[in-house]
Design a protein around this ligand. Structure first.
Ligand SMILES: Cc1cc2nc3c(=O)[nH]c(=O)nc-3n(C[C@H](O)[C@H](O)[C@H](O)COP(=O)(O)OP(=O)(O)OC[C@H]3O[C@@H](n4cnc5c(N)ncnc54)[C@H](O)[C@@H]3O)c2cc1C
Length: 495
């Protein structure tokens, strides 16, 4: 979905570069180099400037994946596999039965039968019908095709999706012009002078620019898988604090100066998040963005890694396995604390997106509003009102761009499967090492479940292409090795 030309514009950049994208047949950079000058030029990309750390339009990445997919189908057929591809075919239901997994598709009178079905339905956004001319419940609910006038536009959110939403609006009112020295300014169309965009969030913090670091990641020394497994097996009581203690050791070892500056040894899993954001909260978001852009660009030129940024980046994946084992209170502490730090760090955005933001600010179009913990949102027919204390902000068009929310079994759009899973008693689908569903017995091992929003409860950082590749590989192994379907959520067998 993020890479299709139906739902995205050429302006929207991937925040993953060739160096990180797990190749299928060719690497992304290899594929890019095999494209013609003219073809790349359509995306504003120059052949002679291609490199492995470059962030490019998401639609171009989508073209690569489509090409690789078609090649995959050809090769599978050559090897004797029977492959059928049904594009634009809406699956309406699934059910595991004694005869096999039944799969119903729109326009098909009877269900097809499979030994194994894989659900990889991706992001779930509100339907286009839920949008009006003045309110979009997500940037992916009809905004790309909608005509947005030069009016007051409010965007709930200040990170990736919010920036996509802002781009979708501004390209209707002008264009970004790039100078030789990577400077960008925004040329506003005549007649669009009234366009104003306000990005808003509780903290009013903008994402930082993607930073240089060694890839593949260097291993951690203290927060190893063994150390994490050991803490999980020691029980939920105090788990978050114990793992935070390990994190502190790891960070101190990686970056003693930063640890001292932050007084890391005085912090806990809650105050660490406050300390992480403290400086940014006190500064103007655009000034901060400008300074941060300068810093990361200089580091990229010098191939300099900032140790504390890099260690936090590697820690998010190492720490994630504890999430399903946290008790309710610690899970909440994790969600409002460490998870935000990790997401802020790994969801850094391309420098180009920061330059565009700064250009929009320079043009007097965009601003950021800090809402704080208490605000009210009132969606009216003509306008949306946001109230913060005594202040009421009114917007002619409003876009809710807060990103994907975790979903539960009750949200599944497949009624028969939903009923089967609900009879198993779990409110989130429970999957094994190979991502096949574990319960109830009737579905066990017969449906592989890789639909991201439903996995997010236990794996909050599951989004991203490298994780997609890992999930795909785990499912494929499961099919070919028919390994015993061990429980993904329990590294230690308790009986
Ligand atoms: C706006 C946006 C930008 C992103 N940018 C990046 C990025 O730059 N780098 C990165 O690593 N990750 C990015 N991500 C994260 C993203 O989750 C993954 O990169 C990846 O797209 C997830 O793949 P997927 O196959 O699980 O889901 P999707 O890519 O969403 O694909 C799901 C597919 O299932 C189809 N489908 C859904 N329901 C049905 C049904 N009932 N019947 C038939 N078909 C169905 C959909 O039409 C869609 O084609 C981004 C996410 C978003 C939302």
């Amino acid at each position: 979905m993020p890479y299709s030309d139906e739902e995205n514009s050429r302006m929207m950049l991937a925040n993953i570069a060739s160096i990180e994208i797990p190749p299928i047949f060719s690497t992304y950079i290899g594929w890019l180099r095999s494209q013609s000058e003219d073809h790349l030029a359509r995306y504003g990309v120059r052949h002679d400037s291609l490199h492995i750390r470059q962030f490019l339009p998401r639609i171009l990445l989508g073209e690569y994946f489509r090409d690789q997919f078609l090649e995959l189908v050809v090769q599978a057929k050559e090897q004797g596999f029977d492959v059928e591809v049904h594009e634009s075919c809406q699956v309406t239901d699934l059910e595991a039965t004694n005869e096999g997994v039944k799969l119903w598709a729109e326009g098909e009178p009877s269900p097809a039968l499979f030994d194994l079905a894989v659900i990889a339905t991706g992001h779930v956004w509100p339907d286009e019908e839920k949008s009006t001319r003045t309110f979009f419940p997500s940037p992916w609910s009809g905004l790309m095709e909608a005509k947005i006038g030069a009016c007051k536009v409010g965007i709930m959110g200040t990170s990736l999706s919010a920036l996509d939403a802002a781009m979708a609006v501004v390209i209707q009112h002008g264009e970004f012009v790039e100078s030789e020295r990577e400077q960008i300014h925004f040329d506003l169309d005549e007649g669009s002078e009234k366009l104003r965009i306000v990005l808003m969030s509780r903290t009013g913090i903008l994402p930082e620019a993607d930073f240089y670091c060694p890839i593949p990641y260097e291993p951690l020394t203290i927060v190893t898988q063994e150390a994490i497994d050991h803490e999980i097996s020691a029980g939920a009581d105090g788990l978050l604090n114990r793992v935070f203690g390990l994190m502190v050791e790891e960070i101190e070892c990686a970056d003693p100066a930063w640890s001292k500056h932050l007084a890391l040894n005085t912090l806990d899993a809650d105050s660490f998040a406050r300390a992480w954001f403290a400086d940014r909260k006190m500064n103007d978001p655009f000034h901060w963005a400008e300074a941060n852009l300068y810093e990361v660009e200089r580091n990229k030129r010098d191939k300099r890694t900032v140790p504390w940024r890099y260690v936090i980046l590697r820690l998010h994946e190492a720490v994630q396995p504890i999430v399903p084992y946290l008790d309710e209170q610690d899970r909440e502490r994790f969600n409002v604390g460490l998870a935000r730090v990790f997401i802020d760090n790994y969801a850094a955005i391309p420098s180009q997106s920061i330059r565009r933001l700064l250009a929009l600010r320079e043009a007097g179009i965009i601003s950021v509003l800090t809402l704080g913990p208490d605000y009210k949102m009132d969606v009216k027919e003509q306008q949306t009102e946001i109230s913060v204390g005594q202040n009421v902000y009114k917007f002619d068009v409003f876009i809710d761009a807060r990103g994907q929310k975790p979903l539960k079994t009750k949200d599944l759009p497949f009624p028969a499967l939903r009923k089967q899973l609900e009879s198993g008693g779990d409110d989130i689908p429970d999957v094994g090492e190979d991502y096949t569903l574990l319960q109830p017995e009737s579905v066990r091992g017969r449906i592989a479940f890789g639909a991201i929003p439903y996995l997010m409860h236990d794996q909050p950082f599951v989004q991203g292409l490298t994780v997609c590749a890992e999930i795909g590989e785990a499912m494929a192994k499961g099919i070919f090795e028919s390994a015993p379907n061990t429980r993904r959520r329990l590294p230690f067998s308790d009986g």
